[in-house]
Design a protein around this ligand. Structure first.
Ligand code: BTN
Length: 352
């Protein structure tokens, strides 16, 4: 109910009568009043005027770049999610072992897809290739989405490609308030210098440093996906990075010189992801997304080292295939397709 009230007050931008809020939520005036009190306690400034109703005076979380509070909660996220996000349920923890693990546990118990698990910290955050993911409290974003997509298991890695694009779009919106171009539209202002870029397949980088990592896990049978969990970790304001990553990691607040609101960014990413996923399920491959992905690919046109278990070699990254593999041009001019599960890629000069 609190999410609905917030969404309506924000949308109207003016007084909304208590009656309207009661009818919308199908509850009593006392229940509405209690919900308003509880929102005020959380940090929202809601004005109550007799015969006029309630008005959100100062939406602490409204402008992504202002100095207001960073209200990170299930209600704040829910109130900003569109229908098209496909998110049916938002579960928010103050602390948990890993949002990916929580999604899997719930999926194993039979919960439907469209589940979003968010936590303010993780005691056992997991990264790729068995690494851990440093997850301090109150300063970053850790969330996982559980979906049950109707695609073959071999297509699951393509969901990471979609999430990477969604993270970039969501970040770009927060960074620029939608002012900058996201593609090559004529007349649009050129891209912001601190725009997020993708280091294929799992990292989002800003100014050549990692701001976000993704971990996609799946439970499947030979020809059928039971569920997929896509976990996203974003460095928002924590800057005290562990020794091994301190030279290659960056947080958004530093990169953009603003105070990023975590609920807004989380919801923006999921709104984008839902739209991308629907399009992807219709199309069946990434053909439609290739040009926008190429535009974001930090490795594009750069020399990379391909760490193939059969032998390392250097090549130039050229984009992605319709199946999400990285296309690299080798010394002899031939194009090879690199599969993210089998091979990893490093920049020749530093991290990217
Ligand atoms: C990586 O770059 O190695 C991937 C990091 C993925 C971290 C996120 S944080 C939310 C979700 N829960 C986890 O335990 N891991 C992912």
């Amino acid at each position: 109910m609190k999410a609905m009230i917030l969404e309506l007050l924000r949308r109207k931008g003016d007084f909304v009568s208590g009656q309207e809020l009661c009818e919308l939520n199908n509850v009593s005036r006392t229940a509405v009043w209690k919900a308003i009190k509880s929102l005020q306690k959380e940090g929202y400034r809601i004005e109550a005027v007799r015969n006029r109703g309630y008005r959100l005076v100062e939406d602490g979380n409204s402008a992504p770049s202002d100095k207001g509070v960073d209200i990170y909660s299930a209600n704040e996220i829910k109130s900003r999610l569109d229908e098209s996000s496909g998110i049916r349920e938002v579960v928010f923890f103050d602390s948990i072992d890993s949002t990916n693990s929580e999604c899997s546990r719930r999926a194993e118990k039979g919960e439907e897809g469209g589940l979003l698990v968010v936590s303010d910290d993780q005691s056992a955050g997991r990264g790729r290739r068995g690494r851990s993911w440093d997850s301090p409290h109150g300063s970053n974003i850790y969330f996982s989405v559980m979906i049950r997509p109707d695609i073959p298991p071999s297509s699951a890695p393509q969901l990471t490609i979609l999430m990477a694009l969604a993270v970039c779009r969501g970040m770009e919106k927060v960074l620029t308030g939608g002012a900058y171009k996201t593609g090559n539209r004529k007349g649009a202002p050129s891209r912001h210098p601190a725009s997020p870029m993708i280091k294929w397949p799992n990292d989002i980088v800003i100014n050549g440093k990692k701001a976000c990592g993704m971990l996609t896990e799946m439970s499947s049978e030979a020809d059928f996906i039971r569920y997929v969990v896509i976990g996203v970790g974003i460095n928002v304001r924590h800057r005290d990075f562990p020794e091994d990553i301190k030279d290659t990691a960056i947080c958004l607040d530093d990169a953009w010189d603003m105070k990023v609101k975590r609920s807004i960014l989380t919801a923006e990413i999921l709104n984008e992801f839902g739209v991308f996923l629907t399009k992807f399920e219709e199309e069946g491959d990434l053909g439609y997304f290739r040009p926008v992905y190429h535009d974001r690919l930090v490795n594009a046109g750069r020399r990379v080292k391909v760490l193939d278990p059969k032998g390392e070699y250097e090549a130039v990254a050229r984009g992605i295939s319709e199946k999400g593999e990285l296309l690299v041009e080798t010394e002899d001019g031939s194009i090879k397709e690199i599969n993210s599960g089998e091979v990893s890629v490093r920049g020749i000069y530093g991290y990217v």
